[in-house]
Write a new protein. Structure first.
Length: 327
């Protein structure tokens, strides 16, 4: 385990258990949560893809029922868990299912448990990391973490529909505080209120569609739009990047793909100290994110990311570059 001291990438989010049903089967009590998926993905890049000096830490909470196998999976990946607290009570649990094309998860139940009263705080030695990622917690929690770490070189967040519907004002405030937002296409359209996702994305970046409009300030300078089988798009104040998805034939479980994408993307930005003026660095990071996420959908839970090997990854990365005409 990496010892926490001036970490490069800190991920604030949930660690929990997932119960998942897809057309390919039904599984229960798999390691899940946004911090788990994005952390394991970032750790793979730090460990196996030439980023050996990149350190990654998690900030979250687990219950007394959190098992040794799940704990070892996180620690053995090389993730620093100094920021993970353990509390009496049950660990966060999400139950969901996918049907048909599996484009959208259907939530069966969410048991917040110990996560309900959690106030994330970075260890003192982690303050102001190079990149700070606030995954899909409440906007109020994201704002609190962002305000406490204003010296971070790059800040990023994601969200989900609940916060768009119930806490739009807070989400707008959070979006004005971060450099990068990582959303799926539905979330972009819900926030941006445009005729299409590109217009919606521009409305978010300019601040037009946020609470208070452009007069209240602009949004993030970089918006990443995850479009599933249609690939991804980066809308940047200085340009536009469009990449296809990797054509995976075996789609078993999409759970956590967006988090895996985010973890890989942000880990790849660390060597550039999160320099968002370098469009080419962003494009390279998105290529890695796309390829990494393509492995996650091939098995239930985080198994495929935890067991991914460098050679297999590099081979797919090369195939993707050739397929997409990327040098």
């Amino acid at each position: 385990m990496i010892l926490g001291d001036g970490l490069d990438l800190v991920i604030v989010g949930s660690i929990g258990y997932d119960d998942i049903q897809t057309p390919y089967g039904k599984v229960s009590s798999l390691l899940g949560g946004s911090a788990s998926y994005s952390g394991l993905s970032a750790a793979f890049h730090a460990r196996d893809i030439g980023l050996e000096r990149v350190s990654v830490g998690l900030v979250s909470i687990i219950g007394s029922d959190f098992d040794e196998t799940s704990y070892r999976r996180i620690v053995d990946a090389g993730l620093d868990i100094e920021g993970v607290k353990q509390s009496d009570g049950m660990t966060f649990r999400w139950s969901g299912k996918y049907e048909g094309s599996m484009d959208h998860a259907i939530t069966v139940s969410t048991e917040v448990n110990v996560l309900s009263d959690f106030k994330p705080t970075l260890p003192a030695s982690w303050k102001d990391p190079t990149i700070l990622f606030c995954s899909s917690a409440s906007p109020a929690t994201q704002i609190e973490v962002l305000n406490a770490n204003q010296g971070s070189k790059v800040t990023a967040l994601d969200t989900f529909q609940l916060w768009i519907d119930s806490e739009f004002s807070g989400l707008s405030e959070a979006l004005r505080k971060v450099d990068i937002a990582i959303f799926n296409e539905d979330e972009v359209n819900a926030i941006g209120d445009g005729q299409n996702f590109l217009e919606s994305g521009r409305n978010i970046i300019t601040g037009q569609s946020l609470n208070g409009g452009e007069l209240a300030g602009s949004g993030p300078q970089c918006l990443i739009i995850k479009r599933g089988s249609a690939g991804c798009v980066c809308i940047h104040r200085d340009g536009l990047i469009i990449l296809p998805a990797y054509p995976t034939e075996s789609v078993v479980d999409p759970t956590g793909c967006g988090d895996v994408f985010a973890g890989a993307f942000l880990a790849q930005l660390v060597p550039h100290e999160g320099n968002l003026s370098d469009i080419e660095s962003i494009r390279r990071a998105l290529i890695h994110a796309t390829v990494t996420a393509s492995f996650n959908i091939e098995s239930f839970g985080s198994d495929s990311i935890s067991s991914l090997k460098r050679g297999k990854y590099r081979a797919r990365l090369d195939r993707y570059r050739r397929m997409a005409g990327i040098i």
